[in-house]
Design a protein around this ligand. Structure first.
Ligand code: HAM
Length: 444
């Protein structure tokens, strides 16, 4: 085969799809526990949706083209403009706050590298219609609980959060003129990722006074108390108070939020629409790119021609998260096999195996059997290589007495065997189905 997938795109063979499904199950399950409901939008949008508000960085990475009707279109690089458009269009009819989640595949023409591809799946969790920081806390709690559900702890992952308005107040207190904010933001966003002298030069060129350069380069080390002292008496002081309430909310919602969450003034986020609290999740070793990023974007709906409605959310990609889980041995190593493999008997042949398979499938089990006649030992090997949990061998008299022999073929988790719940290995299919149904959660 000479044609592989495009650079930066992935084939999902079953083993890789099992990894992705494992991540997506945790996403969906935690979103459900927090009472978010699922939605989706179109993968192709008008180009203008992104050029209006997303900011230059993402617009530079668009997969865009002119369609056969002469329209300028783009594959979605992020979900936020789509969901803002959708909520904006029905703002009056929707119950507020709107709590929605989605798991779209997104496309960005980036330089493909570790943790960055040209497509990825991204959980998006967003709240519309709530200005209070309780909503911000709710979102961060969702992200933390997803980490926990996947087996990660606060020793593995850290949430770093800030508020753009606190940063602005801090910059003002340092004597940075407003005209130099964009340069300061750009440098702060890249702290630790570009050489110090380059950052310094950019700051000075952008109009940042010499005296502010050193503090800006050390923004990541500023404690909330130190920043609070700096901005005391200014407008930003109220945002510091709100941030403290936000952090308390995260602690209350997660039980151990203080261990996960750290104030970090250097979190500004690359996208242009954020207006308030912003946050990112990183692996604690600091080796990987961000796992998740989000924040408040109160002006976006209005900016897209919709109502004036507060909004906030985050995006969590499958790529970096998958790398971290793989590193920690927390991903499934194989695609799930069938629950049962049915081996026919000489008397009834394949049709009898089909009948038994039908009954097991109707009870909700995953069942496979050999699609053509094979010797029993060969079938047992086939069952094992398919990863089947149990093999059911139909007895010669199965048609009369429904007796099968139950054997264990594969023990993925070392959990209890179904055999422990059966009076013997030779037993009627109906009893197997009854016991397997009762002990489904523990024995499969
Ligand atoms: P973002 O920071 O661009 O935010 O992306 C969020 C996460 O998606 C990143 O932290 C990363 O894990 C993953 N990600 C982004 N680009 C790539 C890529 N090229 N390859 C692999 N993973 C990637 C947003 O997209 C915002 N729209 C999130 C949001 C939702 N804000 C509010 N609501």
């Amino acid at each position: 085969m000479t044609l592989g997938p495009l650079h930066g795109f992935r084939d999902f063979y079953p083993a890789e799809l099992a990894e992705r499904a494992h991540i997506m199950r945790a996403w969906r399950e935690v979103a459900r526990r927090f009472a978010f409901v699922e939605y989706d939008g179109p993968p192709l949008e008008s180009l203008e949706l992104y050029t209006r508000k997303s900011g230059d960085e993402i617009v530079g990475q668009l997969y865009n083209f002119v369609d056969k009707g002469g329209r300028e279109v783009a594959l979605r690089p992020e979900m936020t403009p789509t969901v803002a458009r959708m909520v904006g269009a029905r703002a009056n009819a929707l119950r507020k706050p709107v709590r929605w989640f989605s798991m779209p595949q997104l496309f960005r023409y980036e330089r493909a590298q570790k943790g960055r591809l040209r497509e990825h799946f991204q959980l998006n969790v967003d709240i519309f219609g709530e200005p209070d920081v309780t909503a911000d806390a709710e979102l961060v709690a969702v992200a933390i609980e997803i980490m926990r559900a996947l087996g990660l702890t606060s020793a593995d992952v850290q949430v770093r959060a800030s508020d753009r308005r606190i940063l602005t107040g801090w910059l003002a207190a340092l004597g940075v003129p407003e005209s130099a904010y964009p340069a300061a933001y750009a440098v702060i966003d890249k702290l630790g990722r570009e050489p110090r002298d380059v950052a310094e030069e950019k700051l000075l060129k952008g109009g940042v006074p010499q005296a502010a350069v050193e503090p800006i380069l050390g923004a990541a080390e500023q404690s909330l108390d130190a920043v609070a002292a700096r901005v005391a008496g200014t407008e930003a002081a109220a945002h510091v108070d709100a941030y403290r309430r936000f952090a308390e909310g995260v602690a209350a919602l997660t039980g151990d939020g203080a261990q996960w969450l750290r104030f970090d003034l250097s979190i500004v986020r690359g996208l242009a629409y954020y207006t308030g609290i912003v946050f990112e999740l990183f692996d604690a070793q600091g080796e990987l790119r961000a796992i998740c990023g989000g924040g408040r974007y109160d002006g976006l709906l209005k900016g897209l021609g919709g109502p004036d409605m507060p909004a906030l959310g985050f995006g969590m990609g499958d790529v970096v998260l998958g790398e971290l889980l793989r590193q920690k041995g927390l991903l499934p190593t194989e695609a799930p096999g069938p629950d049962f493999w049915v081996t026919g008997n000489a008397a009834g042949g394949i049709p009898l195996a089909m009948q038994a398979a039908r009954e097991l499938r109707a009870a909700g089990f995953a069942v496979e059997y050999a699609l053509r006649a094979q010797k029993p030992d060969k079938q047992f090997k086939a069952a094992q290589s398919a990863g089947a949990r149990y093999v059911l061998q139909l007895h010669e008299e199965f048609a009369d007495n429904r007796v099968v022999t139950v054997r264990e073929a594969h023990r993925p988790s070392g959990g209890p065997s179904l055999l422990a719940h059966l009076p013997g290995a030779d037993i009627a299919l109906d009893q197997v189905i009854a016991a397997a149904t009762t002990h489904r959660a523990s024995t499969f």
